[in-house]
Design a protein around this ligand. Structure first.
Ligand code: AMP
Ligand code: GLY
Length: 423
């Protein structure tokens, strides 16, 4: 089987790693890929939003299965285009990827079908939003409707901050057209958990849980990022919580999408908050998380291709999804200055060390080749993942492995998985 993976970050490296393990796969292409993915796949210089080129490439190479890893092309309808060209593709179509593409849509869906989430109002006009905020309770949360690289969420402690936020999102359009509509949402407190799932349109099977660390600095300080590290499983996601979510959130979401004529096939990523009133949905994503995929996929026992095929064929109910009874931690090595400005093109050393150790992974996020040398090429550079019998062991292993790799502006958080100590 010839597989094309669309994307070029740590998530796609983790996907490529799992795909490469499948006995059915003879060749992997990745567009655009990166220097790490290049060990497993032939990387082709086509961007994830270049739909025509991707479709032409998939046809020319007679791709048997395309896997779309990233949110932008999913929301933009790449799956529809590939399918229209006769390419078997894994991922939600445009009318289903809206689950991630519009927060206003997903909030309305949850309200309509009684799926627990924070109370909210949607606004199309800044005047109406401001009038509402005058009488609101603080803190309050403002969210740009569309994709904003995970940055379109503002937590406002006072009316003044909220007014500033409306200006940022709706008037200055800091997050572009995604700020044409804005969700104003009740502020919730609790632990966050990421639960990823496979969905075949009607059946849903959840994967092992994970927790991300979104802020740039230790102690959850600093700016929001794409994610600075993860651990899996989350010790706070108990069997009881899982039972509640299976009953009130997961299947209900899949059924709701079907009832709306928006059958969802692909990955649904549930961003949950475990509040005092029970688990509530913070957000949906229509893809694997990054860096959640880097700790979840290495623990999966199944052949990823078999599970993906079952999703496409509507036979997920026949799959017995299984995860190893261990733990994994991923520490992101970033370029100092991320998520604002940072230097790129710096040589990376020590990568070969990972070949010598079982249970250690170096997933590339922002890297490229300069001649034979691998250099940094992004804010998030590498995801250093290690397994262990326990979360504590996995964390110690991951931090040990961060020492193997060097580049001049290497930056990381030192408290990934600190919450484990409170479990
Ligand atoms: P989202 O992109 O919707 O997941 O939001 C990004 C981050 O903002 C979440 O991971 C939370 O940490 C925070 N957040 C979003 N919505 C809320 C909320 N209603 N209450 C408290 N924090 C929130
Ligand atoms: N790690 C969060 C995300 O992938 O959106």
């Amino acid at each position: 089987m010839k597989v094309l993976i669309v994307g070029g970050g740590g998530r796609e490296h983790a996907i490529a790693y799992s795909v490469a393990k499948s006995s059915q796969v003879e060749k992997i292409y990745c567009a655009p890929g990166n220097a790490g993915i290049a060990e497993l796949a032939e990387c082709v210089p086509i961007g994830a939003m270049e739909f025509e080129k991707l479709t032409a490439f998939a046809k020319e190479k007679e791709i048997d299965l395309a896997i779309v890893g990233m949110d932008d092309p999913l929301v933009g309808g790449l799956v529809d285009e590939l399918e229209a060209a006769g390419i078997r593709t894994f991922g939600p179509r445009k009318n289903a990827a809206i689950l991630e593409g519009s927060k206003a849509f997903s909030k309305d869906l949850m309200k309509k079908y009684g799926i627990p989430t924070a109370a909210y109002e949607n606004f199309d006009s800044p005047e109406a939003a401001l009038a509402y905020l005058e009488t609101a309770k603080f803190p309050i949360v403002l969210k740009a409707d569309g994709l904003a690289l995970g940055k379109g969420v503002l937590i406002c402690n006072t009316l003044e901050e909220a007014k500033e936020g409306v200006k940022t999102i709706m008037l200055d359009k800091k997050f572009g057209a995604s700020g044409n509509t804005m969700v104003v949402e009740e502020f919730m407190t609790g632990r966050e958990v990421s639960v990823l799932s496979f969905v075949d349109g009607k059946t849903i099977k959840t994967m092992t849980s994970a927790q991300d660390h979104k802020r740039a600095k230790d102690g959850d300080e600093g700016l929001n990022t794409g994610g600075m590290g993860t651990f899996s499983p989350s010790p706070f996601y108990t069997e009881e919580i899982d039972k509640f979510c299976q009953e009130h959130i997961y299947q209900k979401t899949v059924d709701a999408m079907r009832a709306e004529g928006r059958e969802f096939k692909g990955i649904i990523f549930f961003g949950l908050m475990l509040t005092a009133d029970g688990p509530k949905v913070l957000e949906y994503n229509a893809r694997f998380g990054d860096p959640e995929a880097q700790v979840v996929l290495p623990r999966m026992k199944n052949d990823l291709i078999e599970v993906i095929e079952a999703c496409i064929d509507g036979k997920l109910d026949e799959v017995d999804l299984q995860f190893e009874d261990n733990a994994a931690v991923c520490v992101v090595l970033a370029s100092d200055g991320y998520p604002l400005s940072y230097e790129k093109g710096l040589p990376i050393t020590g990568l070969e060390e990972f070949k010598k150790h079982e249970g250690y992974y170096c997933f590339h996020a922002g890297t490229r080749f300069e001649g034979d040398q691998i250099v940094t090429n992004g804010g998030r550079v590498l995801g250093i993942t290690a397994k262990g019998a326990t979360l504590k062991e996995a964390r110690a292993n991951a931090y040990k492995a961060t020492e193997w790799v060097q580049f001049a502006n290497k930056y990381m958080r030192h408290d990934i998985g600190k919450a484990i100590d409170e479990a």
